[in-house]
Structures are given as structure tokens and as C-alpha cells.
Design a protein around this ligand. Structure first.
Ligand code: NAP
Length: 279
């Protein structure tokens, strides 16, 4: 039976640590979150980010813009935050409404304030293994979880299912930087279960419920579930058939309570680090 990797407990530990360190600062870290439109999931995520930033003792500001916000208005806000000394971290909540292309904005955020690590300079630094100003929050949180449970990355076969710019790609790069042998899989991958069965560390980030079943997992593997799917009853579930996969895996993250809380903890860590870097 797999050991459960408790992301909630580790995130609480990280958040408490940051709160203590923030208490000793002369000026407080400032997190600015920009929310455009009415996406219900984004509204919940932003509320949670604001709450955790406030709990940590940060100054937290949410800029709520209407669904029909124009490109210039959003660019002007980003520009003013780039020039605002109190704004250490700027986060543009995705997805944006359909008429706005995120890549028209993500590279306008000052890379030294890019708390999500999505700016091309930070993505490039990650690729070059050269200390980005920020590492994307979900991959960073997963690495912290692997570290907490003393999972050996060097030399491990790591399979990352999903190749998004916010999760799959930076995660694969981080694992490669830590000397794993990394395979990336996606919706066009053939013979998926043959690949996943080779994984010592299997990370799924697709948003497809139960895409990872017991027969796809090697005995003793570490299984990390990034997926967040709300079922018809409003209950959260992940990519992994948790109840069956836990019978065979060595370690496994639950949903909720696994990767989700680690993402928020990483955001708070990133904001703190950007503030300290500026000092
Ligand atoms: P995304 O941009 O939609 O990417 C999904 C990836 O999964 C794509 O690369 C896609 O392949 C692949 N995929 C989709 N269906 C597949 C299939 N049947 N077989 C194999 N691969 C398949 O998603 P994302 O933003 O990375 O998010 C993924 C999931 O993680 C979502 O449920 C999201 O809510 C969740 N999430 C959770 C956290 C957290 O904190 N826990 C943070 C971020 C995201 P193609 O590239 O070929 O289309």
C-alpha cells in the first residue's frame, strides 16, 4: 500500500516558515494578482491566493478587470505595477477571456516580478539551468514534495504526462536538471501504458479523470497527480484512479490535499524570494 504524500501538511509547514520570516522584515512582500473576467474556477483560485498571502503577512492586492477589458488597459496595468516599488510579485491569472492572448502580456511583466515564472526570460533560464527569478509554482511544489519524501530523482526514470507551458514542460525541465531520465507524453503518444510502466516517478497533468489506472503503474512507483477535475457532484478528483493505484504505488499524492496546496505554498515562497532579492 502506497505512502500518501501529504501536500497539505508540507504546504502548512512552508507557509508557517514564510510567515515567521516575514514578521522579521522591515517592509512586507507585495503580491499583485490580476483577474480578468468571470471564470468561476479562477475566482476561487485568486481568493485562495489572496488569503494565503494575507496569512503570510504580505500586502496582497487583487485587480479585478471586466470580461471585456481591452489589450491596452491590461498592458497599462501591468506597466504601472512594473513601476510600483510595492509590487514584488505580479501574477496574471489564466485563462484570460478568449479575445486576449496570454502571450501578449506574460512577456510584459518585469521578469524580476514574474512570480509565476512564465516570462520567456525565466523559462529560458530554467532551460539553461541558470537560476530563474521564479520557478513555475506547480512544478516547484512537486519538487518540494519529492524532496520532503526523500525520493531520489537522479537516475530515476521520470514520465511526465501533459506538456503544458505551466506544468508539464517546466516540470520535465526541472527533473532533467536534477538528472532524471525524462520522458514526456501527451495526447498523441502511442502505447502510453508501456511508457508509464517504465516510470519510477510518474506525474500526470492532463485534466482527464482516471487516465492513470493500476495496470499502467510499476510496482513501488511514485505517482504524482496534478489533475484537478470537478465532477458533477462538485467533488474534486484527479487524473489518477487513486483507490486502485494506491494498492501498487510506493508513494502517491491525493486530490485534494496533494499538489494543489503545494502550488499555493510555492507562490508565497516565490513572492517572498522576489521581495528579498530586491532588498
Ligand atoms: P492543459 O494545458 O490542458 O494540458 C493538458 C495536457 O494533457 C496536454 O499536453 C495534453 O496533450 C495532455 N492530454 C490531454 N488529454 C490526454 C490524453 N488522453 N492522453 C495523454 N495526454 C493527454 O492543462 P494544464 O494547465 O497543464 O493542467 C492539467 C491539469 O492539471 C488540469 O486538470 C488542471 O486543472 C490541473 N492543474 C492543477 C494544478 C494544481 O495546483 N494542482 C495547477 C495547474 C493545473 P496535448 O498537448 O497533445 O494536447
Amino acid at each position: 500500500m502506497a505512502q500518501i504524500m501529504d501536500g497539505k501538511a508540507l504546504s502548512n509547514k512552508i507557509l508557517n516558515d514564510i510567515k515567521e520570516k516575514t514578521r522579521l522584515l522591515k517592509t512586507k512582500p507585495g503580491l499583485c494578482v490580476i483577474l480578468v473576467g468571470n471564470n468561476p474556477a479562477s475566482q476561487i483560485y485568486v481568493k485562495n491566493k489572496e488569503k494565503q498571502a494575507q496569512n503570510a503577512g504580505f500586502n496582497s492586492t487583487v485587480y479585478k478587470l471586466s470580461e471585456n477589458t481591452g489589450k491596452d488597459e491590461l498592458l497599462n496595468l501591468i506597466n504601472s505595477l512594473n513601476n510600483d516599488d510595492a509590487a514584488d510579485g505580479i501574477l496574471l491569472q489564466l485563462p484570460l477571456p478568449k479575445h486576449l492572448n496570454p502571450y501578449d502580456f506574460l512577456d510584459k511583466i518585469d521578469p524580476k516580478k514574474d512570480v509565476d515564472g512564465f516570462h520567456p526570460i525565466n523559462a529560458g533560464k530554467l532551460m539553461l539551468n541558470e537560476n530563474p527569478y521564479s520557478i513555475p509554482c506547480t512544478p516547484k511544489g512537486i519538487l518540494a514534495l519529492l524532496d520532503e519524501y526523500k525520493i531520489r530523482i537522479e537516475g530515476a526514470n521520470a514520465v511526465v504526462l501533459g506538456r503544458s507551458n505551466i506544468v508539464g514542460k517546466p516540470l520535465a525541465q526541472l527533473l532533467l536538471n536534477k538528472n532524471a531520465t525524462v520522458t514526456m507524453a501527451h495526447s498523441k503518444t502511442k502505447n502510453l501504458s508501456e511508457i508509464t510502466k517504465q516510470a519510477d516517478i510518474l506525474i500526470s497533468a492532463t485534466g482527464c479523470p482516471d487516465i492513470i489506472t493500476k495496470d499502467m503503474v510499476k510496482e513501488g512507483a511514485v505517482v504524482i497527480d496534478v489533475g484537478i477535475i470537478r465532477d458533477d457532484n462538485g467533488k474534486l478528483r484527479g487524473d489518477v484512479d487513486f483507490n486502485n493505484v494506491k494498492e501498487i504505488a510506493g508513494f502517491i499524492t491525493p486530490v485534494p490535499g496533494g499538489v494543489g496546496p503545494m502550488t499555493i505554498a510555492s507562490l508565497i515562497q516565490n513572492t517572498y524570494n522576489l521581495h528579498i532579492f530586491k532588498e
